[in-house]
Design a protein around this ligand. Structure first.
Ligand SMILES: [Zn+2]
Length: 214
């Protein structure tokens, strides 16, 4: 009787241990399932990954064609009648929006929305055409900057000027009028030394300054 009882107790304990182990196993399986499901949710919620996974070709083509269409509009409004280069000097970095060009300062390849004209610090910089000064500000990357608005939606921008700017927002300027002097204030292009970063746009579309000045 004693043996029977004791063996009965042992098998009873074993039964409960097995039950507990089963419960633990079910709980663990459930935890792993929900954890994996959570990871899947994160992947699906991430727009970049789901877009790449579902429509790779159409998206890539859209990105590849848009910049070119914007950079080369088919028709442009009439340019200002009188245009001239903002400073006499050597072109040290060309305009390059369709292809990446090497930046000596940042040591990487990037687009360049203007032309860099090197000249001695202090050389006069003049308005490229008649217009009105829209804004004068110190840009974190491009230094002292003057923006002039012209007729027909054209805008010219002169960056990397010295601190001594000769105009203020609202001033009317004529082609060739001094607006400031050459400086070396553009941190993003500091390796080029003293120069002017000159860029042109028309109604928000960036243009090649050479086309504007020709
Ligand atoms: Zn530049």
């Amino acid at each position: 009787m004693q043996k029977k009882n004791s063996s009965g107790n042992v098998s009873g304990k074993g039964y409960y241990i097995a039950l507990v182990l089963c419960a633990v196993a079910i709980g663990l399986a459930g935890f792993l399932y929900y954890r994996n499901a959570g990871v899947k949710d994160v992947i699906l919620q991430n727009p970049t990954q789901s877009v790449v996974g579902t429509q790779p070709n159409s998206d890539v083509q859209a990105v590849a064609t848009q910049p070119n269409e914007q950079a080369q509009p088919t028709t442009l409004p009439q340019k200002p009648s009188k245009v001239q280069a903002p400073v006499e000097g050597k072109t040290v970095a060309e305009y390059s929006m369709d292809a990446l060009s090497y930046n000596q300062t940042t040591r990487d390849w990037r687009v360049h929305d203007g032309v860099d004209i090197a000249a001695e610090a202090g050389t006069s910089v003049s308005a490229a055409a008649d217009g009105e000064v829209y804004t004068v500000y110190e840009d974190e990357a491009m230094g002292m900057t003057v923006v002039i608005r012209h007729d027909e939606g054209y805008t010219t921008k002169y960056a990397c000027l010295s601190q001594e700017v000769a105009v203020k927002a609202g001033d009317a300027v004529t082609a060739g009028q001094k607006i400031g002097t050459v400086g070396d204030t553009a941190l993003l292009e500091s390796q080029l030394g003293a120069h002017v970063h000159f860029s042109v746009s028309c109604n928000g579309t960036v243009l090649d300054p050479a086309d504007f000045l020709s």
